[in-house]
Design a protein around this ligand. Structure first.
Ligand code: PEP
Length: 250
């Protein structure tokens, strides 16, 4: 049985005050939920979040990392430093990093490797554009990202990764993939994991759905057999919506 994982991607939003507010509204849920909860704020908030949630079932996640562990990379953050801030998870391959910052599959793969070496679990995002979906190439596109993202990693390392299927046309647009569209892509991803890793890995690896998840659609999406959680952007900033999404996965 795969546990549900609900990850909040605050992107370039949030504040010290939001950490306090979110912790307050989530704490009544923590004893009863079966979900793993990960909050990924901007880097400058990581230590403060860690001080607040240490020892609870809320884990700290980062949104990005550099593949190198030190050096002249102005503005970047290394995996060892993330580790010092209490980071247990890190998003890699988000479509905003791929599109706005030109990140390639190779670069994403080397970040994944670096994270694993430093005991941080990657949340590897994969997903197709609207153009790919409309031309029927979406499966091919998503599988190519998956294969490039995990290639060359030992199976035990692949098993430490969580995948997030995020159709780009559904991110921040209010358009959600239907539960059937998402579930069917998750099935295809899991099938590919069988040959890429092993049947045991495929059975146990969590595949999250991301793309305009909110408090209204979370229950239906999270009740699909292949959907093991959600990567939530916009709604993860709302103190009256994120706890409901966590409750929907419990
Ligand atoms: C995301 O940023 O990963 C995301 C899914 O955003 P949103 O929920 O706002 O679509």
């Amino acid at each position: 049985m795969r546990a549900k994982l609900i990850a909040a991607n605050w992107k370039m939003n949030g504040s010290f005050a939001l950490i306090d507010a979110m912790q307050k509204v989530l704490s009544p849920l923590l004893d009863e939920t079966t979900c793993e909860i990960v909050i990924c704020p901007p880097d400058v908030l990581l230590s403060s979040l860690n001080n607040k949630v240490k020892g609870s079932r809320i884990a700290v996640g980062a949104q990005n990392v550099h593949s190198e562990t030190s050096g002249a990379f102005t503005g970047e953050t290394s995996a060892p430093l993330l580790q010092e801030c209490g980071v247990q998870w890190c998003i890699v391959g988000h479509s905003e990093r791929r599109i706005l910052f030109g990140e390639t599959d190779d670069f994403i793969r080397s970040k994944t490797e670096t994270l694993l070496k430093h005991g941080i679990r990657p949340i590897l995002c994969i997903g197709e554009t609207l153009e790919h979906r409309e031309s029927g190439n979406h499966e091919e596109k998503v599988i190519a990202q998956l294969v490039k993202g995990l290639s060359g990693l030992a199976v035990d390392d692949q098993k430490r990764c969580v995948l997030a299927y995020e159709p780009i046309w559904a991110i921040g647009t209010g358009k959600t993939a239907t539960p059937e569209q998402a579930n069917s892509m998750h099935k295809i991803i899991r099938k590919e994991l069988e040959s890429l890793a092993s049947s045991e890995a495929a059975e146990n690896m969590q595949i999250l759905y991301g793309g305009s998840v909110n408090s209204e659609n979370a229950k239906t999406l999270l009740s699909q057999s292949e959907i093991d959680g959600a990567l939530v952007g916009g709604a993860s900033l709302k103190i009256n919506a994120f706890p409901q999404i966590v409750a929907a996965g419990s």
